[in-house]
Ligand binder design. Sequence first.
Ligand code: ATP
Ligand code: MG
Length: 463
Amino acid sequence: MNKSTGFNADANGGDELLPTVVPRAEHPISRAHISPNALKVLYRLKDAGYQAFLVGGAVRDLLLGLEPKDFDIATNAHPEQVKQLFRNCRLIGRRFHLAHVRFGMEIIEVATFRAAHTQIDEDNSVDEAGHRVLDAGGRILRDNLYGTIEEDVWRRDFTANGLYYNIEDFSIWDYVGGVADANARVLRLIGDPETRYREDPVRMLRAMRFAAKLDFTLHPDTAAPIRSLARMLDSVPPARLFDEVLKMFFSGSALKSFDMLQNHGLLAHLFPDLGAGLADPANTGAADLVRLGLDGTDQRVRADKPVTPMFLFAVLLWPAIKSRARRESPAVMTEIQALQTACDTVTARQMSRVAIPKRFTLPMRELIGLQPRFDKRDGRRALRLLDHPRFRAAYDFLLLRVAAGEVSPEVGEWWTQIQTLPPEERVGQVEALPPTTDSEAAPKKRRRRRRRSRSGSPSPAAT
Ligand code: ATP
Ligand code: MG
């Protein structure tokens, strides 16, 4: 294989880039493991005279004997030419078109080879048409030139993600040593690591995700610049970070990703208040709760059970919310109000980093506000909790708090048991209990009563 000079090699004087071609007989990727729809698209492109390759995560996963999540295709056909070949094809993206070929629930993404901008001025920030391509920190602003496969490969992030499976003869084209790295389970950035992270800081998160999910080690050169560049994550749009956080924590390797984020100094840039919440000595079991919550998420993902961002963020924000709630005065607010106020404050700060949509923060706030109600088991009001639309999630969260040692096991057992009883027997259970006597509840009850008698309506905490 021709040794490349790295990113933009072609621009610097025409290094001819030749891939190592791994013939079908020398790699394990079989068409039997490729989605029939992806094969259809590949064959049709080829038959129309275009180059067509399976690319990215699908090639990597097939090489590793894993089942790919989706199948992406790269071609030298332009999007409009792709569209002409498929009835079921839509072009998406404003600046740069991608073709989506739809087969029922499955979408095959077809991307035209793209080039990095080649002629750039002295400060490396303006392209041949005079448009800015990099910002002052080196971040890519424009990335929209069609190119050849030799150019396309340098834009990709990791060597294991930079492999092309050629439908022409079922060989793998490897320009970057990706086959060897995948086999050695090493994650290595293509090109100069610092430059590549500056172009797109999200690659640091992708490094964590792939290393955790695929059980790869980070190549030392890939790991080295991360800590000092971590702050560049602060300039990534929060909506993109939300997508990345979900990919990372719903990958089936949330716990490992979490540890990697922490070890590489990235966690604080995603969750600004989490560190202080975990370090707060008054937060009994906070670290355990987060770990158990992430582990539970991993188990659900691996068992193909549904997972929801509202529960995930409740877990990740809970330590900060608890610390914050403790700062509210019990003379002014009930425990529920203190938690919800703290939840609002912590969520608002969190949103400046990771934009969590309201459809998740609102139920999360409810789940958190319900926690103190699990302590009050005497009286029929306790039973009404069972009918709350957020009961199930709040109960699961309670069990996590029990497992983390934050709540007495007896409370968890009581709520588990009451759900197994027929409704008529439940009333007997709550009436048999002595009235709640915990130290916090008593003054609050008095306060509620006073407020009720003043306003003539029940307090929000009592509804
Ligand atoms: P997954 O299994 O999560 O889908 P993937 O490797 O397919 O992993 P995608 O996000 O689907 O990841 O991206 C497809 C391919 O596009 C990647 O394999 C990589 O080659 C390229 N790519 C994606 N995001 C970036 C990025 N931020 N920088 C450079 N290349 C990227
Ligand atoms: Mg993919």
